[in-house]
Each structure stands twice: as structure tokens, then as C-alpha cells.
Design a binder for this molecule. Structure first.
Ligand SMILES: [Zn+2]
Length: 332
């Protein structure tokens, strides 16, 4: 693997990816902490099927270990990554719940390693909109909570439904970027239809909230058929709107892109479109032990093969995140 992790003496870890004799810092903007008991049974079964033997026999033990703040920090250490971003999720009918309070506590436990994205429930919106927005505002006031996480496909609300535009308005008012899942999803119960998965349906929200940053997660990848899916729509939106950013997590994993050809094609097309300064690295880990490291290696390989310069790699791996989220560059 080219994403070299240098292990120094006494177990000390040197962070970053080696490129042309320089060490580039890495921020992984897409990590899921969690509580296995808050994951719906059919999703537990789906996830357990992905764990390597023998962990799948006792998935709750592995999940408990990998999903804790300590477990996530050790997955980052193993990958040579200094900083990770933990995502809150409220999708009780599909992927489960990781509360804002838990993410805030994880970030506080290791403020030099973690940032957090807050989220909110949308399933009783007509009754609870004001309460949920107030909760989101409170969570975003906590230290290290730098943005908002949404997943229309998992939270089962349409990308073009204006009833939810108040979320984007609040994020813009507070200067907190919004990360959105785009593309289909393998999780049981996901809404797969285009209004939930195709970022074309986000255009009214993007155009109507120029002060809000939208980060299109997974680049509209079609995880069902392992195809590029809505990549062209993502590139089109980013080309026309300066408040659109792109995040290539999960789509290039061993299970979703076995040969690595799709991730390489994606990285090449983003560069050809002149959008390197809009790409923010994330993995969608931890998934299973070693995944965070493997995904970084696959992404760095894809960028090298697609002709990224050292400075372009530096921008994707940490520089763009630092600029967009207005945080300090991580120490090496
Ligand atoms: Zn994710």
C-alpha cells in the first residue's frame, strides 16, 4: 500500500501520507461512531455479514470495540490518519441512530483527533420542526461540532421537499457545511428512488441557499449496481454552483468497486472537470477493522494513477476540509 504509515520507535505514530518526499496530513471526514443496540435488527444482520470471520459470530463485540471513540482513534492510528470526523445519524428505520450527544462526548474525549457533524430527526417534521431545529442549533454550538449530516435516502425524505429547506437555512446562518448522502444504498429499507438519491433533486435547495455549503457524499454512486450512477449530475452541480463540494467515500471500497476502476475513473473525471479544490476526502468507516486504512490506500492509488500532483493530493486529503470547515490544519 502506498499510503505509507511510518511506525517510529516506542509505538509512536507518524501521521500522513508520503508523497514525493513530503508527508501530507489526512482528515477522514466520514466516520460512524455508534451504539450497536441502536441499529435495527435487519441492518445488524447486514453489517455482521460484512465482518471478517470469526467476528461475524459475535458482531456486537466487534462493533462495540470498533465504533467506540477509542476504537475509532485506533483505526485512525492504524491508517496513519491524524483527524477523523464523526457523524451523528438519525435514521431509526434504516441504518439506525448515533446521537448528537454521543458524538459531542466522543469529540470532547479527544478534541485533537475528532470533529463532529450533528444531525436531527425528520420523521415527525410537521409536528417537531421547531424542536428539531433548536436541538440542531444547540448541538452545533458545542466545541468541535463543525457541520450537519443528512441522508435523505436513509431518513426517507425527498431532496426537493421545501418543508425541509429550513435545515439548509439554519446551516447557512451558522456557517456550518451540510454533508448529504447521495446515490443508492445497500442498507435494508433505504428509499432508492431518484428524489431521495439523485442530487439533481437538490438543485432548488442549492440554488436557494447560496450561503450554505453542500457536500455531496458518495458522488451519487449506485451502490446497488456498482456503477458511477449520478456522478455526472454531481460534477454538473459543482461546476455551476460554488457552494457545492464532493466527497468520494465508500464507492471505491473492495466490495463496491472490486477492481478499483470506478474510484480511479471518478478521481480522473473530477480532475478533468477542474474540481480538485472541491473534493474532500472521506472513507465511510470504520465498517470493519482495517477498512479506514485500506480506503485511504485505495484513494491515494486512484489519485496517483489519475495524475494528481502532490499539491492536488494535499488539497483532497486535508486542505479543502480545513478551508471549507474553517478549522486549523492538523499537526503532523
Ligand atoms: Zn456513511
Amino acid at each position: 500500500m502506498s499510503a505509507a504509515l511510518a511506525l517510529l520507535g516506542c509505538g509512536e505514530v507518524e501521521y500522513g501520507v508520503e508523497a514525493d518526499g513530503e508527508r501530507l496530513p489526512v482528515i477522514d471526514m466520514h466516520l460512524h461512531p455508534g451504539d450497536w443496540s441502536h441499529t435495527p435488527p435487519q441492518t445488524q444482520e447486514f453489517l455482521a455479514g460484512r465482518f471478517p470471520f470469526p467476528f461475524q459470530l459475535t458482531p456486537e463485540r466487534l462493533a462495540g470495540r470498533v465504533l467506540s471513540a477509542e476504537g475509532l482513534a485506533s483505526e485512525l492510528d492504524g491508517a496513519g490518519i491524524g483527524t477523523g470526523v464523526l457523524l451523528a445519524v438519525y435514521a431509526p428505520r434504516t441504518v439506525g441512530i448515533a446521537t448528537n450527544e454521543d458524538v459531542i462526548a466522543d469529540v470532547k474525549s479527544a478534541p485533537s483527533r475528532f470533529f463532529g457533524l450533528a444531525s436531527l430527526r425528520v420523521d415527525r417534521w410537521n409536528a417537531d420542526e421547531a424542536t428539531e431545529l433548536a436541538r440542531l442549533r444547540t448541538a452545533l454550538g458545542e466545541p468541535g461540532m463543525v457541520g450537519v449530516k443528512l441522508a435523505h435516502a436513509h431518513q426517507l425524505f425527498r431532496m426537493d421537499d421545501p418543508r425541509y429547506f429550513s435545515i439548509y437555512a439554519l446551516a447557512g446562518e451558522l456557517g456550518k457545511p451540510v454533508y448529504l448522502h447521495t446515490g443508492t444504498s445497500p442498507f435494508p429499507g433505504t428509499a432508492q428512488a431518484p428524489p431521495y438519491t439523485d442530487p439533481t433533486y437538490l438543485e432548488a435547495a442549492i440554488a436557494g441557499h447560496p450561503q450554505t455549503t453542500f457536500i455531496l457524499g458518495h458522488l451519487g454512486y449506485d451502490f446497488k449496481d456498482k456503477q458511477l450512477g449520478a456522478l455526472a449530475a454531481c460534477i454538473d452541480l459543482a461546476s455551476r454552483y460554488p457552494n457545492v463540494y464532493l466527497e468520494p467515500s465508500a464507492l471505491g471500497s473492495r466490495s463496491s468497486d472490486p477492481t478499483g476502476a470506478n474510484l480511479k475513473a471518478v478521481m480522473r473525471r473530477l480532475r478533468e472537470a477542474g474540481l480538485v479544490d472541491r473534493v474532500i476526502y472521506g472513507s465511510d468507516g470504520p465498517q470493519s477493522p482495517g477498512f479506514v486504512k485500506e480506503y485511504l490506500g485505495r484513494t491515494v492509488t486512484a489519485m496517483r494513477e489519475a495524475g494528481y500532483s502532490r499539491d492536488e493530493m494535499r488539497a483532497v486529503l486535508a486542505g479543502n476540509f480545513v478551508r471549507v470547515f474553517a478549522v486549523a490544519e492538523p499537526a503532523q
